[in-house]
Design a binder for this molecule. Structure first.
Ligand code: NAD
Length: 504
């Protein structure tokens, strides 16, 4: 139970509440709930109520449980009122003392709810009493989670590293999405993970029973988190089962597979989004704004690197048939997709070089390193390198006419660091921009849920993934043939992207 519901009850606290109070069986007893509801439905003085329920209990339960019990209105209901409620601190009775059963005296202040604007619409944030000066960054806004029964239900396909380590925990920070079904070949994993995340045993599927998702109205979205070669088949079967598809990157193993996925989803009238989390991540979005707004003059060239060290030659990532390639489609894709996102335009030509150390079993089938250059309109150059056999390094720098913008840990799950440099008179100004981090997986899932709820096109649809595959195919061709390869000219900005995601 959370006692007191102020500024501190932000995203991380919410995640805790979601898992422990909502998804799992409520830890508040029915008896207590009934008492609170009974007392709330008749006119009682605050003092009388506090005496009945107990001070701490009353504050926590009245603010938390009652709110969720009364959340019947539709999610998109207009905020009819934004009442200001509460007791200013100046009106609170002076602190007295409370005597514990052991006889110790501790301070006792009158429990109140300070002034706050509480819009009735669930999707509008509660505005709490302000206490920080504008000199410091402001917290909030207060999260606006939808009640579980109003959220979009997801089936997770594949219970590997990404699903278990990132995606399932991220649902705790989602406001519009919830996990409702799992697909795996391992009954042991299914049983354990279903228990951990409150998923019904009847909503656990094997790959053989996958198509039966069609008969499960709780599932609206299928999230494909399988080896790359399986993305196309499970997307197409999922669309045929009448579900919207969120597919992990790389979208598939070839542009032909991507086209088949787009066609199948169109035919089934279902949405298809590629999980390009970077395009929903605040630091990278900030860079995009600065570059497109010519913050330090026009962009001239980008240098990007995404490297890590891999092991286990038996893993699917080292098998060409399953992975499609090595470092390029797995991690080099971030350099490619993020450069396109930041600039908004499309490359016209690529020139690449790749290498695999002879005799290293890890790179018998897939490339160890890929280094490539892309030419964008107006003479902008993008130099990228991706490596499967060096220590973890993920950054890019946009060099512009009058400065640069540099992101360390750019493609990581957390820990982005954004620095800029420009000249002011005799001084070189180096700034570090600090934003509040947001769970990238929660942001992308909630964006897709919003698209489903509001029948909108996703920001990173199948066409965005297809374009990356066309470019990766040209990169491989260039590396094979040792010459530059031209790409079909694409005019305009954000040609393959849907509308901008709403800022949460
Ligand atoms: P993983 O090997 O940890 O998990 C893959 C899972 O797929 C396995 O655990 C298994 O449950 C299932 N599977 C079904 N058939 C399989 C087969 N024939 N071989 C192996 N596994 C099989 O992989 P992962 O790291 O979770 O990657 C899954 C997908 O997610 C890949 O497409 C990968 O590119 C993508 N990914 C994306 C990000 C991101 O940041 N968006 C990060 C990591 C991985």
């Amino acid at each position: 139970m959370i006692v007191g519901t102020g500024n501190f009850l932000q995203a991380r606290q919410y995640a805790f509440v979601y898992h422990h109070l909502t998804l799992r069986s409520m830890s508040i007893t029915n008896e207590l709930l009934n008492t609170v509801l009974r007392e709330a439905s008749r006119e009682v003085s605050r003092k009388e109520f506090l005496t009945l329920a107990g001070r701490g209990l009353a504050v926590g339960v009245a603010a938390g449980t009652l709110a969720s019990c009364q959340s019947e209105g539709p999610a998109d209901a207009k905020a009819a009122t934004t009442p200001t409620t509460g007791t200013p601190a100046s009106e609170v009775n002076a602190t007295t003392t409370y005597t514990s059963p052991g006889g110790q005296k501790v301070p006792s202040s009158e429990a109140v709810s300070p002034p706050a604007k509480v819009p009735t619409a669930l999707d509008q944030p509660i505005e709490l009493e302000k206490w920080k000066s504008d000199v410091d960054p402001q917290s909030g806004p207060v999260p606006t989670p939808l009640p579980p029964d109003k959220r979009v239900g997801y089936a997770l396909v594949g219970l590997g590293h990404l699903t278990l380590e990132e995606i399932l925990p991220a649902f705790g920070e989602c406001k519009k999405s919830k996990p409702v079904a799992l697909v795996s070949a391992s009954p042991e994993k299914l049983k354990k993970v279903a228990q951990q995340y409150g998923i019904k045993p009847e909503n656990c599927y094997s790959y053989e029973t996958y198509d039966k998702l069609k008969d499960n109205p709780e599932v609206q979205v299928i999230y494909i988190v399988l080896p790359n070669s399986m993305h196309a088949e499970y997307t197409i079967r999922g669309a045929q089962a009448g579900k919207h598809i969120l597919c992990e990157k790389p979208m598939a193993n070839s542009s032909a597979e991507c086209q088949a996925m787009i066609d199948a989803c169109k035919k089934a009238n279902k949405k298809l989004m590629v999980a390009y989390r970077i395009q929903y991540e605040p630091y990278n979005r900030q860079v995009k704004e600065m570059v497109r707004g010519n913050k330090f003059g026009k962009p001239k060239y980008i240098e990007a690197q995404n490297s890590q060290s891999s092991a286990n030659p038996d893993h699917w990532r080292h098998k060409k048939a399953l992975a499609g390639g090595g470092a390029l489609p797995d991690i080099g894709l971030y350099c490619l997709n993020t450069s396109r996102f930041v600039l908004g335009t499309e490359p016209t030509e690529v020139f690449a070089y790749s290498y695999s150390t002879p005799g290293n079993p890890l790179f018998k089938e897939v490339e160890e390193v890929m280094s490539w250059q892309m030419r964008f309109p107006e003479g902008i150059l993008v130099n990228c390198i991706t490596h499967y056999n060096t220590h973890d390094s993920r950054f890019y720098r946009v060099n512009t006419e009058r400065g640069w913008i540099h992101v360390d840990n750019a493609y990581a799950y957390t820990g982005q660091q954004l620095q800029t440099s420009h000249a002011e008179g005799p001084a070189k100004m180096k700034n570090q921009i600090v934003l509040s981090e947001k769970n990238q997986f929660a942001a992308e899932m909630d964006h897709f849920s919003e698209c489903v709820m509001e029948d909108k096109a996703p920001h990173t649809p199948g066409e965005e993934g297809l374009q990356d595959h066309r470019i990766m195919e040209a990169i491989y061709q260039s590396a094979r043939e040792g010459r530059p390869v031209k790409l079909t000219e694409v005019k305009g900005t954000d040609v393959f992207r849907g509308p901008e995601p709403k800022q949460a």
